[in-house]
Ligand binder design. Structure first.
Ligand code: ADP
Ligand code: ZN
Length: 724
């Protein structure tokens, strides 16, 4: 690709969309399409798929056709493009005949850059539209939500099948197929049906989402507590039943929140109105059954809460993925209970297809394991989607807390020998009842004669459940079978049963502890300014009849508050301000910022070299938020060993904690001034690390690590961060 083309596409990105750089694979994908290749794009929700075909559409001569199944999304996309000054239109069933005719004429005159159309419309009347399109200059065909093509995809649409003819109709036009959900089978299907040559698979990691699981006990009051510092922010709360959706929404409104309920029991008009109010930022929170969320692109959803256990990881990931599309720190909170799992199992068993039920049980088991894991949640989720992660994301509840461990050898011996003596043929509940010497009918007569029967009376059922989960995670035990999972001995069992090897277990209180509240995410320095900017945005949105986030994302407003720009040139350096938006909206936003600065006697924070430095990094913030006044007992314990000359892995082994925990201790100790930075990081490395942290501010440690490469460790990065 020539320098000139690269230059041109960067200019389009900056001038039309207001973005400084492409994200991830975007640039390569744009190049691939411009070079005429038929391209498949797999990117998570919020990854930035639209730019991939919108930039080529503007770069190439002629009209780009975008095929999209969701009418609501079409309007959103077209609104967003038009606000940026792009000639974009859609053709679908919501238009009147005369409106449709008008657009059709524009199209035939070659006046439209991007035309969004539903597959139904494309093939209506014996593919009349397709025949007409052949008469004009078509530059590209983009297929959004491309998984609908495959019957393995979860939203198969028969009309999409006809898209397999596209290549025949338009043999020289590049096709781009885009989707956020496709496993390998679906992927192969799409490639084959459309005839694609190039494939781009992005990481599904959503770095800006903080994952957190809380035990479901008094979940409503915990929810209130959680929402306390989230007033005015947009969020979605999912619950299983209509009844609970209604009552949670009422409960929140009684406590001064602005929420509404959304479920399939409402009329479609009611649903549309409520969705619209949420999109327009007139209502903060939607409490919904899973029916809500498909087809909305709202970029400033700051949190997604699950009051009940989702059925599978796919659904959970899709729902939590609706948070933080704008890239700003966002939250996913799940209230976890095994009781929910029992209910869900009941639902599954109502199904008649036994094979299908097995699959569903398996998926549910993996969801439960997610709730109970004490390892990195992000790693777990990514592994589910066949992607590896090092397990130290620093942005999930498990990565940011330390677990207390104790010598659990005796407990482990009891559990393991029970499983052994029950011939590895019974499920967790039976084993626990057996250990506790239950008198229930369920326990077989012959089992009551076994020596281990009743040796675990002293522990409650809940404790046994937690310890057994712990033993499974550490490979002392394993679970086999889907619908009737049975406990079996794991690879590490023999050493414990026969060689008296010691086992450490995690103190249950430290698993069940109320995880610390979500991080203090959006630290907006100037609250009054932020709300004044939101007012301006809302006013413009109403006037132009588009959602507020189409005018500007929250990210733009947050940057305005941080940098306090005072000239039009300054504004161009704020994320989201392209030429058109600068002209259209610049003066109004500038005036609000300037008035505020005058009233508060503040100077602008714009300084070419420090734009990224001034955005305080998310991880710095959470490190500070976590900081207590002085070192804790466990940190002091680590300090003692560190001072005795032990390395991090050695301390981790000695204390039976993870490397990550020890690194966190040392980082805190640096923060408290108990350990000098030089003890952990050599001088030459400090500056490069600082630069990487600044460059990736807000994106988490992994992003900084990616820049620094293998020669730098997480421990070093954390240490420098703490010293800042
Ligand atoms: P997807 O369709 O993959 O869910 P979108 O195309 O809606 O994602 O993009 C998600 C968000 O990211 C949008 O708010 C968009 O404006 C923003 N975005 C996309 N690409 C960039 C970029 N290169 N720089 C900054 N923001 C971007
Ligand atoms: Zn993690």
């Amino acid at each position: 690709m020539s320098k000139k083309v690269l230059n041109d596409i960067h200019n389009i990105l900056k001038e039309t969309f207001g973005y400084d750089s492409f994200r991830g694979d975007q640039e390569k994908i744009v190049q691939s399409i411009i070079e005429g290749q038929n391209t498949l794009v797999l990117m998570p929700t919020g990854g930035g798929k639209s730019i991939c075909y919108q930039v080529p559409a503007l770069y190439l001569e002629g009209t780009s056709i975008v095929i999209s199944p969701l009418i609501a999304l079409m309007k959103d996309q077209v609104d967003a493009l038009r606000v940026n000054g792009v000639e974009a239109h859609f053709l679908n069933s919501t238009l009147s005949e005369s409106q449709a005719n008008e657009i059709f004429h524009k199209l035939m005159d070659g006046k439209i850059k991007l035309l969004y159309v539903s597959p139904e419309r494309l093939f209506a009347n014996d593919s009349y539209l397709i025949q007409q399109l052949k008469r004009i200059d078509i530059s590209q065909i983009a297929i959004d939500e491309a998984h609908c093509i495959s019957q393995w995809g979860h939203d198969f649409r028969p009309e999409y099948r006809k898209l397999s003819n596209l290549k025949r109709h338009f043999p020289t036009v590049p096709i781009a197929a885009l989707t956020a959900t496709a496993d390998s089978r679906t992927r192969e299907d799409i490639i084959k049906i459309i005839g694609l040559e190039k494939v781009f698979i992005s990481s599904f990691n959503r770095e800006n989402i903080h994952y957190q699981v809380q035990v479901k006990q008094n979940s409503r009051s915990l929810l209130l507590d959680y929402l306390k510092d989230k007033r005015g922010q947009s969020g979605i709360i999912y619950a299983l039943s209509r009844k609970s959706v209604e009552s949670i929404s009422e409960y929140l409104n009684e406590h001064g929140f602005s929420s509404t309920a959304y479920h399939a029991g409402l009329s479609s008009d009611q649903r549309m109105i409520r969705q619209e109010e949420f999109i327009q930022d007139r209502i903060d929170i939607v409490v919904a059954t899973i029916a809500f969320g498909m087809g909305i692109d709202k970029s400033n959803v700051r949190f997604v809460v699950h009051m009940d256990l989702p059925k599978n990881i796919e659904g959970y990931y899709q729902e939590t993925g609706r948070a933080g599309r704008d890239g700003l720190p966002s939250d996913a909170l799940l209230f976890f209970s095994r009781g929910d799992a029992v209910t869900l199992r009941g639902f599954i068993d109502q199904g008649h297809d036994i094979n299908q039920n097995e699959v569903l049980h398996d998926k549910l088991n993996k969801m439960i394991a997610f709730g109970e894991t004490r390892k990195c949640r992000r790693q777990y989720l990514l592994k589910y989607f066949d992607e590896s992660h090092n397990g130290q994301c620093d942005n999930c509840d498990n990565c940011t807390r330390t677990f207390d461990v104790f010598d659990g050898t005796e407990i482990a011996q009891k559990a393991l020998s029970a499983v052994y003596r029950l011939k590895e043929s019974f499920g967790t509940n039976y084993v626990i009842d057996f250990l506790r010497g239950s008198k229930s009918q369920k326990i077989r007569e012959e089992h009551t004669w076994i020596k281990t029967y009743g040796v675990g009376k002293d522990l409650s059922k809940a404790l046994w459940q937690a310890y057994i989960r712990n033993l499974v995670e550490e490979d002392y035990l394993r679970i086999e079978g889907l619908k009737f999972p049975v406990l079996k001995l794991g690879t590490k069992a023999t050493a414990v049963l026969f060689n008296k090897q010691k086992v450490s277990l995690v103190r249950v209180e430290s698993i069940l502890q109320t995880a610390k509240k979500s991080q203090d995410h959006l630290v907006v320095k100037h609250h009054d300014l932020m709300s004044a900017l939101k007012d301006v945005r809302r006013g413009l949105a109403t006037k132009e009849n588009v959602p507020p986030y189409v005018i500007f994302s929250d990210k733009t407003l947050v940057e305005l508050c941080h940098y306090l720009p005072t000239t039009e040139n300054d504004l161009l350096r704020i994320n989201g301000f392209g030429q058109i938006k600068l002209k259209r909206y610049g003066p109004q936003f500038l005036k609000v910022v300037k008035d505020y600065c005058t009233a508060q006697n503040l100077a602008s924070n714009m300084d070419t070299n420090t734009k990224s430095v001034k955005m305080r990094s998310n991880s710095t913030r959470s490190a500070q938020a976590k900081a207590k006044k002085s070192a804790s007992k466990t940190q002091l314990e680590t300090l003692k060993l560190f001072q005795a000359g032990m390395s991090i892995p050695e301390i981790a082994r000695e204390r039976d904690l993870s490397n990550s925990s020890i690194q966190n201790h040392l980082a805190q100790l640096i923060y408290f001034g108990r350990v000098p930075l030089s003890a952990l990081v050599i001088d030459e490395k400090i500056d490069p690390i600082k630069m990487a942290i600044q460059k990736t501010s807000g994106q988490g440690l992994a992003a900084a690590k990616a820049i620094l490469g293998e020669a730098y460790t997480y421990a070093e990065i954390k240490a420098v961060l703490a010293s800042l």
